[in-house]
Design a protein around this ligand. Structure first.
Ligand code: UTP
Length: 460
């Protein structure tokens, strides 16, 4: 085994790793050889060439504002969204929808020592992110009498712990045949100067997940796309593990996607201001695309339209719908996603090394789609991610947003929610998705003389 791999490494210009493999005692050499065999060496060779040793200078694309299906402001707009909601409900009833939760990231910024989905975020219940998403999936299944298969994408570093967590909680009451976990691919970090593949231990490569764009290849490898085809599913909704406000299989978003006959759709919310660190939707050389906040030139970031609003206001929530046939084209490499380089310091057997990691991003599929839809939803209803341990996008801001949304839903049904000077509810409120998934679900369930004068947890 090792000899074969040594030959392949030498052929790929990875002499240093080949020498290291040759020098290892047999048992360790086998372990390392096995790991090398598990990575796509020809892809790594191409990435080193394109992105490390002879990177092409980026072109100067023409960037323009995106066309967005805006939040309705009049009766006609509200009627159109109502129609979309009903179309989404019909797609669910017809069993055309699956949900994929992206949970393969390393969650570096949060600094939580477990898979991010295990993070306890429920303001009163302390429910984990995983449980909150599972509750939404279960509630949707019951409501529409559909299977709604749920797929969780993990990566090597968090797969086993995620599986154990779900087992420990009996899949949060979901039927085992409709919850499927699959693992995304890994790619090695390489030396920034030489392109040499790095090792974190003598017999272990320095590997990391290949980015959320790895989903397409991973779904292909795990035979998920074929499974979806057999089940008659043509709408795949993908969502991020760290946003508990997102409604799995959101009928309104799915309906907008279906009615637009889009191959890929993006759920956006308004940026809070020019400095909000969200990727924005735009057109790049005439095609729908996402521009990361680090790539948006300062003059575009601050650009305003005639009415004084931000021109690039549509922040991506990272939530998409894709057509199954389109996802299959991406999975089979007919429309390959580009990779990006991320410069990081990596701890290796030879000490800390200035390295390059490679990642693919799901949103890079947008310009490849024949037709896209970009759908705005209310930020305070749909977006409060847990990214950092404190400050913006932290557990504290996320819990506050969960409480605020619950308070608003109750007020819409006539309840009184005492609020402090900062406008926040004086008492924590939490509504489990199995109890209600929007304000309308609370109709008739909340006494109009309800005053929230103590912590309130609504769940069945
Ligand atoms: P982020 O880009 O926020 O990354 O992922 P992260 O891993 O959660 O956090 P940091 O950047 O290390 O602090 C957005 C979503 O995409 C998933 C994450 O799990 C999250 O749901 N993701 C990210 C993957 O599934 N795989 C990846 O390789 C990267």
């Amino acid at each position: 085994m090792s000899d074969l791999i040594i030959g392949e490494l030498e052929g790929a210009g990875q002499q240093r790793l080949a020498d290291a493999l040759r020098a290892l005692p047999p048992e360790q050499a086998d372990r390392l050889a096995l790991q090398v065999a598990s990575i796509d060496l020809s892809l790594v060779t191409r990435l080193v060439d394109q992105l490390v040793t002879s990177p092409e200078p980026p072109g100067l694309p023409h960037v323009g504002p995106a066309e967005v299906d805006r939040l309705p402001t009049d009766d006609a707009g509200r009627a159109r969204r109502r129609m979309a909601f009903e179309a989404g409900e019909q797609a669910l009833r017809d069993g055309r929808v699956a949900v994929v939760l992206l949970a393969g990231g390393q969650g570096t910024r949060l600094g939580f020592d477990h898979p991010k989905g295990m993070f306890p975020v429920g303001p009163i219940s302390n429910a984990s992110l995983f449980e909150i998403h599972a509750a939404g999936v279960g509630a949707t299944r019951r409501r529409y009498g559909c299977d709604l298969p749920w797929y969780l994408m993990t990566s090597d570093g968090n797969d086993a712990e995620t599986r154990a967590f779900f087992d420990q909680h009996f899949l949060f009451g979901l039927e085992p045949e409709s919850v499927t976990q699959f693992v995304q691919g890994m790619l090695p970090a390489v030396d920034r100067g030489t392109g040499d593949i790095l090792r974190e231990a003598p017999d272990r490569l320095a590997l990391s997940p290949d980015g959320h764009g790895g989903i397409f290849r991973a779904m292909g490898h795990a035979a998920i796309l074929g499974d979806l085809e057999e089940r008659g599913i043509d709408v795949i909704m993908t969502m991020q593990v760290d946003n508990p406000l997102m409604r799995p299989a959101d009928p309104e978003f799915i309906g907008c996607h279906v009615l637009a006959r889009a191959e890929m759709s993006t759920l956006v919310v308004a940026k809070s201001g020019p400095d909000d660190r969200m990727g924005v939707m735009a057109t790049v050389d005439g095609r729908t695309a996402l521009v990361e906040y680090t790539d948006l030139p300062a003059e575009l970031e601050a650009a305003r339209d005639d009415a004084g609003g931000l021109l690039y206001w549509a922040g991506s929530t990272g939530v998409h719908c894709q057509d199954r046939a389109f996802a299959t084209r991406l999975a089979t490499g007919q429309a390959p996603l580009p990779f990006h380089r991320a410069d990081k310091t990596v701890a290796t057997v030879d000490g800390d090394v200035s390295a390059v990691k490679f990642e693919a991003f799901m949103f890079d599929a947008l310009p490849l789609a024949a037709r896209t839809a970009t759908v705005e939803m209310a930020r305070d209803e749909r977006f409060a991610p847990v990214k950092n341990s404190e400050g913006a996008d932290s557990p504290a801001t996320c819990r506050a947003a969960m409480v605020d949304r619950a308070a608003r839903w109750l007020q819409q049904q006539g309840a009184t929610v005492p609020r402090g000077d900062d406008g926040a509810s004086l008492h924590p409120i939490e509504i489990d998705a199995r109890y209600a998934q929007d304000a309308a679900d609370l109709a008739g369930r909340v006494p109009s003389d309800l005053v929230v004068d103590a912590p309130l947890l609504l769940r069945d």
